[in-house]
Design a protein around this ligand. Structure first.
Ligand SMILES: *[C@@H]1O[C@H](CO)[C@@H](O)[C@H](O)[C@H]1NC(C)=O
Ligand SMILES: *[C@@H]1O[C@H](CO)[C@@H](O)[C@H](O)[C@H]1NC(C)=O
Ligand SMILES: *[C@@H]1O[C@H](CO)[C@@H](O)[C@H](O)[C@H]1NC(C)=O
Ligand SMILES: *[C@@H]1O[C@H](CO)[C@@H](O)[C@H](O)[C@H]1NC(C)=O
Ligand SMILES: *[C@@H]1O[C@H](CO)[C@@H](O)[C@H](O)[C@H]1NC(C)=O
Ligand SMILES: *[C@@H]1O[C@H](CO)[C@@H](O)[C@H](O)[C@H]1NC(C)=O
Ligand SMILES: *[C@@H]1O[C@H](CO)[C@@H](O)[C@H](O)[C@H]1NC(C)=O
Ligand SMILES: *[C@@H]1O[C@H](CO)[C@@H](O)[C@H](O)[C@H]1NC(C)=O
Ligand SMILES: *[C@@H]1O[C@H](CO)[C@@H](O)[C@H](O)[C@H]1NC(C)=O
Ligand SMILES: *[C@@H]1O[C@H](CO)[C@@H](O)[C@H](O)[C@H]1NC(C)=O
Ligand SMILES: *[C@@H]1O[C@H](CO)[C@@H](O)[C@H](O)[C@H]1NC(C)=O
Ligand SMILES: *[C@@H]1O[C@H](CO)[C@@H](O)[C@H](O)[C@H]1NC(C)=O
Length: 537
């Protein structure tokens, strides 16, 4: 029995080292009203500013829910939505996110029969490259929510809606809330995130969120006829609880209306879901004389904690340290011990399910480079989310290598995309690139020196652009190069000597070089070439 409580830990109000909140708690919030590309506004219940979504996504169509679903209880946030009839995967890019910190991401969905089809819709949500949740939308007037806690490994993240054949994906709102460094760190790291199952505030009459909760977690009221409410107007100190439940949540609690036993339960989506539970306790009554409140905690009959006494006006947490699974319904029972004079209490609880991050995201240097290229040339199509992963959704015009961990971009084919301007420096950051085809565009300026740093390049096709100047000597560094196509530009000068030699030796196909200055005619390259040719005879 003693060992069975190994997986729950009580956090008494000792060791309280709390990072100073240097910035306003709202700093870093991203609050997006999806499908509203017209105006930003302040939400009256939270005083948070919501912004139009067109700066986070460039695909999809805006819609309003049907008017018969609109009444005063439907929040403004749900009135419009963005839907994605085209493409298998459509993503929002959220930036900036605080690198190496946990963030909360929450999406809401209200169908409101916006398309007049009275459909039931099912689609998947991904965070970055990993499956987050399958959304099943069956009630057109309900607001569905998905929420997860995740570690930011880069300074941006993406939320993707994936069409799995169950109808057109759509989304009503998207919110990102950064936590302090280290929060929920036991549950969230580079290899795992957690998905919210439920978060409840016992004995409350209203939902608590921002500003009472500086992280804008949503704490829903939870009451049962067999419970009675305890509350306090005094602040509950949460500095000893690493989950930092807000005082407004901890100031209400429930106790059994009669008897000495309190039970609450929830359903899991699947018995295979691996869950973590966090129970929050604070004593709200000043216990006088010899009165005591001591109880045992069991989960589905299994003892989890014995002889527990909540501290007075201080938030304490009992949380799972390893995930549990195996049931479709879970029940906690708090049972007063025989010598306790008072029945058990509980103030709040949270349940999360484990989300293993098994998919590897593309090399972050490659991602940064592609994001910069996308933005520089205003490229759209399916250029959203991770460039290479999952494999089924690789960006148009890219090929990746998955033999490496992380995956790397090996090919870029941007032929005939109507691209203009100079060749951008970010191409040089794609260190694993083997094939670069920028042909049949309107690139102008000179061939940049930095292309010579792409040491794995096998094919470089710059043909039929508006490039000028000389061919840089740095291209001689491309020792693996087998095809160099420079046709249809306005170069002058000559081709660098070593390239000519390799062409001569049949190691490099040097295509349609400009008329007057190609290898073998004039210039030093030509001379070398002729010498080489003679000595070959
Ligand atoms: C909260 O508790 C900590 C110790 O756990 C203490 O240092 C701090 O002063 C308390 N804050 C308030 C407002 O009571
Ligand atoms: C994100 O990180 C990249 C490099 O990793 C950097 O170039 C870029 O400026 C950063 N963006 C923000 C918004 O911090
Ligand atoms: C994030 O953590 C990684 C590895 O621990 C480190 O290399 C990187 O500098 C950190 N980034 C920031 C912004 O703290
Ligand atoms: C308001 O609309 C919601 C969602 O359509 C519905 O559930 C609710 O009953 C409506 N309330 C009123 C007062 O009409
Ligand atoms: C993440 O946390 C889990 C559970 O605590 C642990 O098993 C895993 O090794 C951690 N992974 C990393 C990369 O820290
Ligand atoms: C509490 O103490 C009072 C007197 O101090 C005593 O009468 C009473 O029986 C005690 N109650 C319990 C449950 O021990
Ligand atoms: C609660 O305690 C009572 C005795 O005080 C016991 O009969 C009952 O089985 C316990 N319930 C649970 C769920 O442990
Ligand atoms: C509480 O747990 C203790 C220690 O396991 C046990 O002796 C006691 O019977 C339990 N009481 C109840 C009411 O479950
Ligand atoms: C890149 O991928 C496309 C589509 O999968 C394929 O047709 C093409 O042959 C690949 N190119 C190279 C050079 O591997
Ligand atoms: C780029 O794509 C075009 C047509 O899609 C194809 O003809 C060309 O061979 C590709 N280039 C490379 C380097 O694979
Ligand atoms: C290049 O630009 C010119 C003038 O804007 C246009 O007529 C031509 O079609 C473009 N060529 C390519 C390959 O995009
Ligand atoms: C080609 O480049 C020249 C100068 O470099 C510029 O004047 C011209 O407009 C460009 N043509 C196209 C079609 O972009």
């Amino acid at each position: 029995m003693a060992s069975s409580s190994c997986c729950l830990v009580a956090l008494f109000f000792a060791i309280a080292t709390v990072a100073a909140h240097g910035q306003s708690p709202q700093a870093g919030f991203i609050s997006i009203d999806c499908g509203n590309s017209k105006s930003d506004y302040v939400d009256h219940s939270t005083n948070l500013a919501y912004v139009a979504d067109d700066r986070f996504i460039d695909v999809g169509s805006d819609f309003y829910i049907q008017s018969n679903y609109i009444n005063s209880s439907v929040p403004t946030l749900q009135l419009n939505l963005r839907s994605f009839p085209d493409g298998l995967r459509n993503c929002y890019t959220l930036q900036p996110v605080p690198q190496n910190s946990t963030y909360l991401v929450r999406a809401t969905f209200m169908y409101g029969n916006y398309d007049g089809k009275n459909s039931q819709i099912q689609f998947d949500l991904h965070i970055g490259v990993n499956h987050w949740k399958t959304m099943t939308i069956s009630d057109p007037s309900a607001i569905y929510t998905a929420e997860a806690l995740s570690l930011a490994t880069a300074n941006s993240t993406s939320v993707c809606l994936v069409n799995t054949g169950g109808g057109t994906p759509f989304i009503s709102s998207l919110e990102l809330r950064p936590f302090e460094n280290g929060d929920y760190g036991e549950y969230v790291n580079a290899s795992q995130s957690v998905v919210l199952v439920t978060r409840r505030n016992f004995g409350a009459s209203d939902t608590v969120r921002f500003p009472d909760d500086p992280y804008d977690r949503v704490w829903s009221p939870y009451m049962d006829p067999s419970w009675s409410t305890l509350s306090s107007t005094l602040e509950v100190n949460n500095s000893g609880n690493m989950f930092e439940p807000p005082s407004a949540v901890m100031q209400s609690a429930v106790t059994p209306a009669s008897g000495s036993q309190l039970a609450f339960s929830w359903d899991s989506v699947s018995p295979d879901d691996e869950l973590y539970a966090v129970l929050h306790f604070a004593e709200l009554q000043k216990l006088t004389g010899n009165s005591t409140r001591v109880f045992n905690i069991t989960r589905n009959g299994d003892p989890r904690f014995q002889w527990y006494t909540p501290p007075y006006l201080s938030a304490d947490g009992i949380h799972s340290t390893v995930p549990f699974e195996g049931y479709s319904r879970y029940e906690y029972v708090l049972n007063a011990t025989s010598d306790s004079t008072l029945p058990p209490i509980i103030n709040a609880f949270e349940v999360y399910s484990l989300m293993q991050l098994t998919q590897a995201a593309t090399d972050s240097g490659d991602v940064d480079a592609m994001m910069a290229i996308k933005s520089r040339y205003q490229l759209k199509r399916n250029w959203m989310g991770d460039p290479c992963a999952p494999k089924a959704y690789v960006w148009d015009g890219l090929n990746c290598s998955y033999n490496t961990d992380p995956p790397r971009i090996t090919n870029i084919n941007l032929t005939s995309r109507g691209l203009t301007g100079e060749i951008y420096i970010s191409f040089a950051m794609l260190e694993a690139l083997k094939y670069l085809d920028l042909s049949h565009n309107n690139f102008s300026g000179a061939i940049p020196d930095f292309l010579g740093s792409l040491s794995s390049l096998i094919v470089l096709d710059l043909s039929f652009n508006n490039l000028t100047g000389t061919v840089p000597d740095s291209l001689e560094n491309l020792v693996s190069l087998q095809i160099l196509n420079l046709a249809g530009n306005n170069f002058n000068g000559s081709v660098p000597e070593k390239l000519c030699k390799r062409s001569d030796a049949g190691l490099l196909t040097l295509s349609s070089v400009w008329a007057a200055t190609s290898c073998g005619n004039i210039g030093s390259c030509g001379m070398e070439h002729q010498k080489a040719a003679r000595s070959d005879v």
